[in-house]
Design a protein around this ligand. Structure first.
Ligand code: SF4
Length: 104
């Protein structure tokens, strides 16, 4: 199942780390929720393959260690989401459909 495209309606902000909002209930290390708003990454789907890192022309993402998560122990964090130029490359390239980019 891909990231919920309506996560901003269906989930609540439950935290913030390094200026990146956390959406949805979290129960670390197994359940980590969605990170980011303009560029949102569902950490419970992210497999840590870093395709978004190599694809993004403006370095929106950085990898974060998430030891103990059942899918992968590193996740992509949209730390520079304000820099996004809406090329949509990350959303298209993500094999797990873990990313949702919302323009405007
Ligand atoms: S849409 Fe493009 S610019 Fe924005 S985060 Fe994804 S790859 Fe980077």
């Amino acid at each position: 199942m891909p990231i919920d495209p309506d996560f901003q309606k269906n989930l609540k902000v439950t935290g913030e780390e390094k200026g990146v909002k956390v959406w949805g209930e979290i129960k670390p290390p197994e359940k980590l929720g969605i990170r980011g708003t303009i560029v949102a990454v569902d950490w419970d789907l992210c497999n840590g393959d870093e395709v978004c890192i190599s694809t993004c022309p403006v370095n929106v993402f950085e990898m974060v260690d998430t030891p103990g998560h059942p899918i992968s122990e590193t996740k992509s964090n949209p730390i520079n989401e304000a820099e996004c130029i809406f090329c949509m490359a990350c959303e298209v390239q993500c094999s797990e459909q873990a990313i949702k980019v919302t323009e405007g």
